[in-house]
Design a protein around this ligand. Structure first.
Ligand code: ADP
Length: 499
């Protein structure tokens, strides 16, 4: 049984009696509620009740209490001096008070009980209202997400189990939501990248840093192909983003957004075909112009005055620039349409490198750039398409020369590795800034392109070189020079000699 202080702290009237109804303790709330002046004013519990209630106690309450040690929820009235009797609700329980067996009489005024019930009722109503609002918010959210029919929205678990889909997802995948929910995303996201995403990226990242802060959440977007239930493959742009788990209670780890890009792909193809055709059409007359200029310059048609010769030189130089540009655009459109054919051959490395350097010596600008070539002495066989190899060399070398400061050197170093040869082109120019680094091999990218307009170019050379090197089975990259300048390197496969 509770101590006196604890009984006094209770917000309802409590009286403790011995097993015969002799009052042992009256708590503070009982004294005030029943207008009892002091504890001594009440010795027997029956004193508290009007005669009729006291008889009811004797006939019903006491026998029940003695039998069961418990009485629950009896409505009675309590006497009060100078006030009308107070309707109460009586609960009695057997227990111990100061190591003595006792009954604890909890005598709650009926009005208080009614207000408790009222409170309970209104809390329940509030909860119902809240549930209704939540349901209506859920409905609004679902309606909004379903309204975005052009975007497929999905929430998936860490291992790619679908937990939520909107109408857009049903339409894009051609599958009703009840078939999608609890299925795995691998069913329709067949791309290797997506499959490895959940196996190699998402799950390890999650287990490696379970408490990663929200700004470390995975977020990626790329173009891929999905498989529809009707057997069609569709080009889509896919965004995947890890959700902030602190805000979620369900097993939803990622949100996937997909948009149908078939139309965009179709226009890209049209555009690409147009560029390829127009470049081809431009190159044919240009080849003829260059041939004529070359013939004029050769002197085979007779001597030309010095003034005219100068003009022919300038025209030839500019025609060559134009040809280089058109060739780049043509190559780029072929690479984009995956129509570039590569013919791999086994050839010696050294003569090719010497030729590439010699070609550029001839074209060196007046900046006094020194070309140095370092390569292994023993003959090395490499597996490449010679024309494409020379094109990569030309792109990297012409960039190195173009961006070199006057009176500096450009070094070409070929190094043997286990299964490849790495060719590095090092210059002493400004190098690549950290901001531009992520874009160097991206199409049409030029560092600081507005202020750098004095360097001619299309921003395609490096993107083409990367594709060509990769088609030949190698890799391409950039690192800053030891003190300054740029180092562009690429690798090509080599053949081992068995001696
Ligand atoms: P471009 O035809 O414009 O040279 P590239 O794709 O070959 O196109 O090069 C893209 C951009 O990369 C260049 O415009 C330049 O800003 C930067 N770049 C390439 N090579 C070098 C280099 N050796 N030194 C400094 N910047 C370079």
């Amino acid at each position: 049984m509770k101590s006196n202080d604890e009984l006094d702290a209770l917000p309802c009237p409590v009286i403790v009696t011995d097993l015969n109804g002799l009052v042992i303790y009256v708590n503070q709330c009982a004294l005030t509620t029943f207008a009892i002046a002091t504890q001594a004013d009440i010795t027997q519990i029956e004193q508290l009740f009007p005669p009729a209630a006291a008889i009811f106690l004797q006939t019903h309450v006491w026998p029940m209490l003695r039998n069961e040690g418990l009485v629950k929820e009896f409505y009675l009235k309590v006497k009060r001096t100078l006030q009308p009797p107070l309707p109460v609700l009586l609960n009695i329980q057997k227990g111990l008070f100061q190591q003595q067996a006792c009954y604890r009489w909890v005598i709650l005024p009926a009005a208080q009980r009614a207000s408790f019930e009222q409170e309970l009722l209104s809390t329940r109503q509030q909860l119902q209202q809240l549930a209704k609002e939540t349901e209506s918010h859920r409905y609004i959210l679902q309606a909004v997400l379903d309204g975005a029919q052009d975007v497929a929205i999905m929430a998936v678990s860490a291992v790619g189990i679908v937990r939520f889909v909107n109408r857009g997802a049903e339409m894009l995948l051609g599958t009703p939501s009840h078939h999608l929910i609890n299925s795995t995303v691998m069913q329709f996201l067949t791309s290797e990248r997506m499959c490895t995403y959940f196996q190699q990226v998402a799950i390890p990242q999650k287990s490696a840093s379970p408490a990663a802060p929200p700004n470390d959440l995975i977020s990626e977007s790329f173009d891929t192909v999905i498989y529809r239930s009707d057997g069609q493959y569709i080009d889509v742009q896919l965004h995947i983003r890890q959700l902030d788990q602190t805000l979620l209670s369900e097993d939803m780890e990622f949100i996937i957004l997909m948009t149908d890009i078939r139309q965009r792909k179709h226009y890209e193809k049209l555009q690409n075909d147009f560029i390829a055709n127009i470049s081809h059409e431009l190159r044919t007359p240009l080849t003829a112009i260059l041939g004529s200029l070359h013939l004029l310059n050769s002197g085979k048609l007779g001597d030309v005055p010095e003034k005219v010769k100068k003009l022919i030189d300038i025209t030839e130089k500019n025609s060559n620039r134009l040809k280089y540009l058109i060739t780049n655009i043509l190559d780029f459109s072929k690479l984009k349409a995956t129509k570039m054919s590569i013919e791999l051959q086994t050839v010696f490395l050294q003569p090719l490198l010497k030729d590439a350097v010699a070609e550029h010596r001839y074209y060196l600008p007046d900046k006094k750039i020194q070309l140095e070539l370092e390569m292994p002495e023993q003959p090395v066989n490499i597996v490449i398409d010679p024309q494409r190899f020379m094109q990569v060399m030309a792109n990297l070398l012409s960039n190195a020369i173009k961006f070199s400061v006057p009176d500096s050197r450009v070094k070409i170093v070929a190094t043997l590795e286990e299964s490849c040869v790495v060719i590095a082109i090092e210059d002493q120019g400004p190098g690549i800034t950290a901001e531009f680094l992520p874009y160097i091999f991206t199409q049409f990218s030029q560092q600081d392109s507005v202020s750098n307009r004095h360097y001619e170019g299309s921003g395609l050379g490096l993107a083409i070189s990367k594709s060509l090197v990769e088609l030949m089975g190698g890799a391409i990259g950039y690192r800053p020079g030891i003190t300054s300048g740029a180092v562009f390197w690429f690798s090509v496969l080599r053949v081992h000699h068995t001696s």
